[in-house]
Design a protein around this ligand. Structure first.
Ligand code: AMP
Length: 216
């Protein structure tokens, strides 16, 4: 099964995608994670993307489309994938349709994570991840059981994203509203859009997503 998780920054797409990957073996394709890895490695893509990401703007469509096209063609994606952070513009959605048609794959569900915008900045500004295993935490909503120690791998190193601050969040939200929100009617018209309550507790959101997938 191939699905898209759609929603603004802080909606919980990454958290839910990770859990689906663990439980169902589908592959999480997070374009944000791919770009952050490219920035870290200093590749040409990373150099192009760094400033754009720090400003909270969108990386050009051509770069994003070729990144996803290469990744989807890899053998592990045959098990099914979860797109997390892609597509973010109508041009990316159209390119995705074409690449899926070309490779005989199909999009099974697009799941909108509906959230209250007011809560997003608080969610974003407090989040941090284990530098070693990538487990996500939050200053207020999900602290490690022992302060400063990762519950999963015991590491004491954590990282915070440079773009997870209130100022950049304004630009990221504006980009979402102007460029990504129009994908909702795009997918509704194709009959693949389903909605879950992204404001519910994490386990409940997950339950709702699994219910959508069970009906697919
Ligand atoms: P995310 O981790 O999904 O919040 O993405 C972090 C940043 O990476 C975004 O604010 C954009 O600058 C960039 N980015 C990620 N995915 C895309 C995409 N599909 N199109 C354009 N820019 C993207």
């Amino acid at each position: 099964m191939n699905i898209i998780l759609l929603g603004p920054p802080g909606a919980g797409k990454g958290t839910q995608a990770q859990r689906l990957q663990t439980d169902l073996g589908m592959i999480q394709l997070s374009t944000g994670d791919m770009l952050r890895a490219a920035v870290k490695s200093g590749s040409a893509l990373g150099q192009q993307a760094k400033g754009i990401m720090e400003a909270g703007k969108l990386v050009p469509d051509e770069l994003m489309v070729s990144l996803i096209e290469d990744r989807i063609a890899q053998p592990d994606c045959a098990k099914g994938f979860i797109l997390d952070g892609f597509p973010r513009t109508e041009a990316q959605a159209v390119a995705l349709d074409k690449m899926l048609a070309k490779t005989g794959k199909k999009l099974d569900e697009v799941i909108e994570m509906e959230v209250d915008e007011k809560a997003l900045t608080e969610r974003i500004v407090g989040r941090f991840t284990c530098a070693k295993c990538g487990t996500g935490y939050h200053d207020k909503f999900k602290r490690p059981k022992v302060d400063g120690v990762c519950d999963v791998c015991g590491s004491k190193e954590f990282t915070r994203r440079k773009d997870d601050n209130a100022e950049t969040m304004k630009t990221r939200m504006a980009a979402y509203r102007a460029q990504t929100e129009p994908l909702l009617p795009y997918y509704r018209a194709k009959g693949v859009l389903k909605k879950v309550d992204g404001m519910a507790a994490m386990d409940e959101v997950y339950r709702q997503i699994r219910a959508v997938l069970a009906r697919a």
